[in-house]
Design a protein around this ligand. Sequence first.
Ligand code: PLP
Length: 229
Amino acid sequence: MPLSPAQRFRTLRAELDDELRSCGRARGSVRILGVSKKQSPEAILDAVRGGLDAVGENYVQEAKAKFEALDAGSDALPFEKHYIGHIQTNKAKAIASLFDVVQSVDRIEAAAALDSAAQKAGKVLRVLVQLNISPAERFGMDPAAAERVAEAIRAMPGLCLDGVMAIGPVTEDRGEIFRAFETAAKTFAVIGGKTLSIGMSGDWREAVRAGSTMVRIGTALFGERVPGR
Ligand SMILES: *Cc1c(COP(=O)(O)O)cnc(C)c1O
């Protein structure tokens, strides 16, 4: 029998707290975002029952269908909803209404579209700016440009800037991964906020050592993704 998402969540929580202790940080000071793209609502529900309190999705239509199914269940448990996919400005309205937090703001136009949609929906959307710290990554802004974008976001009444998100480089060189995360941490220190969202299934230890406050974990929680879902 493969381990359930709830079992994997508890194991990961314990491993994270061990890593935190070994670098002198408080247990629980890194939050787990369960990344559930291409995973079933049942798998998400299992993880949430096991203690997961924040879920990340990359695709608007897929997220909408799953959140509706989960919220409609008689045994529904609350969890925070994070959008981590690329922002198309024509989807801003759907993103602003479906999600509590948007981690993938990578340009002013995306921020402006979300701001306008959030204001129309009468809510304040928490956002992170997405940095590009990896040559292979298509999206995210240059860390040097992030401060200016952060300032612009701070002036937008529909948005609340809460920090920085970045995707680590795809490499076996653990030092290179750590240094890229340090770049994200330095930019986070300048921009401010409470959330430094760095670290995924394959590189969360480096991220924790660089100061992550949120790791985004897909396969290590839910197993391999189901193609085509
Ligand atoms: C898919 C995805 C993750 C999770 O990746 P895993 O390697 O499965 O943990 C994290 N962050 C983003 C932005 C993603 O698209």
